[in-house]
Design a protein around this ligand. Structure first.
Ligand code: BGC
Length: 933
């Protein structure tokens, strides 16, 4: 039987508040047959579930496309609910119509906003922490209410309540975007919370990313000084009439128990301040103040594109008494989130929870690995002053932390595990991937990587959930492929990439962090910062005029996020939308690199090689040898102690031509390929030619015949092969030299952020499979598994996060090095997307065996359904089990001898043999085969 399942609109289930007029529809096929391909589909839409009146009927459309079908009915209006359903024809069967799903549009027109922006605060002291403003209003609901929708946003964060109930279980709304250009509003169905007669709406605002501490330097007031709220309820009645309850001068404001709410510093709550019933009807708000209505506009408002942030896994602690006598809660897993605490004691008792990632070598709680800039007086702290009386429950509203351990101070009575629960918090993306194998340390590495992803994918991809919490573009770019193995990150990145483009500087440079937290968006605060900051290094490093690139922006490998990330998302999900959305930004970044490359660095002007003239053009015009770059970043022999003025000075004057030119070439090539996919023929050719020139120059200057690239380290060899920058005749020498360099280090890594994702793949693909597995299974420092032997539960920022003698260095929750996991999915298990039919519509199964592994198994939940690939060494050879979902095809490439072809040919058509692998194509179904090894 053929069924259609998993219907989604804009990759979401029954979404509300869509602000696109042509949403993308997608579905999956389910069948008990094999070789199932969709041949045609028919979509119908209707204003109600009965489909009595069909408002759009696509008719039977011959197509194998089951994802990204654009809604093409009558023009959508604001606040409209549309039901849709689909039936499909496969090559063998015809389905019934699916069960219907729906979507609802948001507010397309500015005039749809009947509410006004309101500010609860008067004058504010920009330097002081401020209490969280509470807002409230009562209103009447008439008889015959059919539906009630809420549309809300804020400057700062908001929580809202109707008649005392939370309006949503999603957190950290309205999310983090480049607020001045793109401020998201959320839509909620609140019908069930309302009652006929008197009702109340209550809102609490928190500092959030708007004005709370952000980034390495904990800059405050990044977007503005004052919090504000905008929200409206739309009540629809049986008789067709509608009421609007919008934020306006009738709202009242006061303060409550939250005295301070800062995402990094933490939350300070005095529960003696009671506002019982403040968010319910019939509350006496006569002492509350009025709010100020502002004329802030609506131009920057967009319907939410965030994957909602939610409370996820929960952990119980072990209670430790550390050698110095302190009480420490150990939750066993490093996470981003908060602690739900139950407590009973005398009013006025102040309980403190300080959140950290590690114990020091004596076994005492420490924050020493996380503090870089002493601009925060508190860091990851919760202070809760008891209201007294019966048991109280508390967890923060507007702050969350990176932690495994919590230092507990002044808890009344005995601290018992059942009184504390750690809750992991992140953007609620679908988990798509899993990998297991016979080496348990590798399985823990998979778990650690997944947890670093969970710990860092809250609204934006952050470097770490502690020290900086910044959307470092390099980290996100290099990890994006692995991110897509573990979770469906398409919409998460589609949203964030729009901010990358929105924050791109006029000269095409792309920020090191997005939204920018190395600089300030708020011009007044920028002036204040410059005047107050008399440390010139700090001023150059941290600050750039709003809208202008700072010294640290536009770095090779970081700015390339503009090209590489959309490309990776297209490869993994097949959605051209991200290429269309990002193309101009990608092109502006590439043009920025070109103009940089054409500028020569004084320092190299006497290098004869740079003066080489081919076809009347100086080759130096294709070498990017100017400006600051982060470079390979944190190679194993790099020490955090080296990160002083000298490092920055050197990177500024000498630049990093080897890294920068490689990224220049790579991004230019991808841009040309993007242009081809989008049918932009001129750009395809222009950048295609440019790529050839850069590649020629790169080969000429950087790759000697013996394959010892310039400084003869692992990273440049990896990069050159991964980006396919070497001429054919040089490739093997580069790979062989890389293998030697790895061997010289006794199979230890010396790559940093930029090359680590590729090292195993380039070794394995270039004849050094065993070296790849020895590196993968290495467990002494520096290696991936070393951290596991030290009890890590997430990926460390530095290879030496905890040294063999217990010294701590850097954050312990940085996903970058976890990028090796793509080698497990795409290499060891061999599940690989292909750019010609992206998004796993067609894919490869090309497993690699080696090391001590006797079996490996991966699962990937694609948009079409579950893909599985596993292998196991048995007495008869290697047994493979492969699952190919409906409406996809796969090319299977299994290592084997020539004899295996005969065997396979009995079952499969057209089996080929190439480079030691038997190669054949299959359609959907489950395959179980054994080949002699
Ligand atoms: C961050 C990164 C980032 C780097 C830039 C660090 O402070 O934590 O992960 O990419 O700076 O090199």
């Amino acid at each position: 039987m053929l069924q259609v399942t998993h219907l989604q609109t804009e990759y979401r289930n029954n979404p509300l508040g869509l602000d696109t007029k042509a949403p993308r529809l997608g579905w999956r096929l389910k069948s008990d047959h094999t070789n199932v391909m969709q041949h045609a589909y028919q979509v119908q839409s209707s204003a109600d579930e009965t489909f009595k009146d069909v408002i759009w009927d696509s008719g039977k459309v011959e197509s194998d496309q089951s994802q990204r079908i654009r809604y093409d009915g009558t023009e959508l209006k604001s606040m409209e609910r549309i039901y849709w359903r689909v039936k499909v024809w496969s090559n063998q069967e015809e389905s019934e119509f699916s069960l219907p799903v729906f979507f609802e549009t948001g507010l397309f027109e500015i005039s749809d906003w009947k509410a006004k922006w309101i500010e609860p605060e008067g004058e504010v002291d920009p330097d002081a922490y401020k209490p969280a403003p509470y807002l409230r209003k009562e209103f009447t609901v008439k008889k015959g209410l059919v539906s009630a929708k809420a549309y809300m946003t804020s400057k700062g964060l908001y929580h809202f309540y109707i008649n005392g109930e939370e309006g949503t279980d999603t957190l950290f709304n309205p999310g983090f975007t480049s607020y001045h250009k793109r401020l998201q509003y959320q839509a909620y169905d609140v019908t069930h919370l309302l009652q006929e007669g008197n009702n109340a709406i209550g809102v609490i605002l928190g500092d959030g990313w708007w004005r709370g501490s952000t980034g390495a330097a904990s800059l405050k007031n990044n977007f503005g000084y004052k919090l504000a709220f905008l929200g409206q309820l739309v009540l629809s009645y049986q008789d067709g009439s509608q009421d609007f309850i919008g934020s306006d001068e009738s709202f009242k404001t006061s303060h409550g128990p939250i005295l301070k709410s800062d995402m990094k510093a933490g939350e300070f709550v005095d529960a003696r301040i009671k506002l019982n019933g403040w968010n319910q009807p019939d509350y006496d708000d006569s002492t509350w103040k009025s709010v100020t209505v502002t004329d802030d506009g609506f131009d920057n408002l967009i319907g939410t594109r965030s994957v909602p942030v939610k409370r996820k896994e929960r952990f119980a602690p072990e209670i430790l008494k550390t050698p110095n006598g302190e009480t420490v809660l150990d939750f066993g897993q490093n996470i981003f989130g908060w602690v739900e605490m139950k407590v009973q004691g005398k009013a006025g008792t102040e309980v403190t929870l300080i959140h950290g990632e590690a114990l020091d070598k004596e076994g005492n709680f420490t924050l020493q690995n996380l503090i870089v800039h002493g601009t925060l007086e508190d860091f990851q702290e919760v202070h809760y002053i008891l209201g007294g009386g019966s048991e109280e429950s508390y967890s923060p509203l507007f702050a969350a932390f990176g932690f495994r351990y919590v230092l507990l101070k002044n808890y009344p009575g005995e601290a018992r595990p059942e009184n504390f629960t750690a809750v992991a918090i992140y953007s609620d993306m679908e988990e798509t991937g899993d990998f297991t194998c016979s080496n348990p340390l590798i399985n823990q590495l998979v778990s650690n990587t997944r947890w670093s992803q969970k710990g860092n994918f809250m609204e934006i991809p952050t470097d770490c959930p502690t020290r900086e919490r910044a959307g470092w573009t390099g980290d996100a770019q290099l990890y994006s492929r692995t991110a897509s193995d573990f979770m469906n990150v398409y919409t998460f990145f589609e949203k964030w990439m729009a901010d990358v483009a929105a924050e791109q500087f006029a000269n095409g440079s792309v920020g090191s962090t997005v939204p920018n937290v190395l600089g300030l968006h708020n011009p007044v605060e920028y002036e204040r910062f410059i005047q107050r900051n008399n440390d010139p290094l700090m001023a150059t490093l941290v600050s750039s005029k709003p809208g202008e690139a700072g010294m640290l922006d536009g770095s090779a490998g970081w700015g390339d996020v503009a090209v590489i990330l959309p490309w990776t998302m297209y490869l993994c999900y097949g959605d051209k939308n991200i290429l269309e959305q990002q193309f101009d930004s990608a092109k502006a970044w590439v043009d920025y690199m070109s103009s940089n490359a054409r500028t020569s660095n004084e320092h190299y002007k006497d290098t004869p090689a740079y003066q080489n003239d081919t076809d009347g053009e100086l080759d130096s015009a294709y070498i990017w040898d100017t400006k600051f770059h982060w470079g390979e970043w944190l190679e194993a022999d790099f020490d955090f102690g080296d990160l002083g003025e000298e490092y920055f000075g050197k990177q500024m004057t000498l630049s990093d031509p080897l890294v920068a030119t490689a990224y220049y070439a790579y991004s230019v090539r991808l841009l040309s390929e993007m242009a081809a996919i989008l049918g932009k023929i001129e750009d395809k050719e222009k950048y295609g030619k440019l790529y050839e020139k850069i590649k020629r120059v790169y080969n000429h200057y950087f790759i000697p015949d013996n394959g010892h690239i310039l400084n003869d380290r692992q990273a440049p060899n990896v990069r050159t092969l991964a980006f396919d920058l070497a001429n054919e005749d040089k490739k093997q020498a580069i790979a062989d030299r890389l293998a030697e360099l790895v061997k010289e280090k006794e199979y230890h890594l010396n790559t940093g952020f930029l090359s680590t994702p590729f090292i195993l793949d380039v070794l394995a693909e270039n004849g050094h499979q065993e070296a790849a597995f020895r590196l993968l299974e290495q467990d002494t420092c520096p290696s991936w598994l070393y951290a596991i032997t030290k009890g890590a539960t997430t990926i460390w920022e530095s290879w030496k996060g905890v040294t063999p003698d217990g010294e701590l260095a850097g954050s312990l929750n940085h996903y970058a090095y976890g990028s090796v996991c793509d080698f497990l999915f795409a290499g060891v298990a061999g599940i690989r997307p292909v750019i010609e039919r992206p998004g796993y519509k067609h894919f490869l199964i090309k497993p690699i065996q080696g090391g001590t592994l006797t079996h490996a198994s991966a699962k990937y939940e694609s948009l079409y359904g579950t893909i599985k690939s596993s292998w196991e060494k048995t007495d008869d050879g290697v047994n493979y089990r492969i699952l190919v979902p409906e409406n996809t095809t796969a090319t299977i490439m299994l290592p084997g001898t020539l004899d295996s072809i005969d065997k396979l040919s009995k079952e499969f058509n057209d089996v080929q043999y190439e480079n030691g692998r038997a190669i054949f194509e299959v359609g959907s179904g489950e395959y179980n085969l054994t080949l002699e090894g």
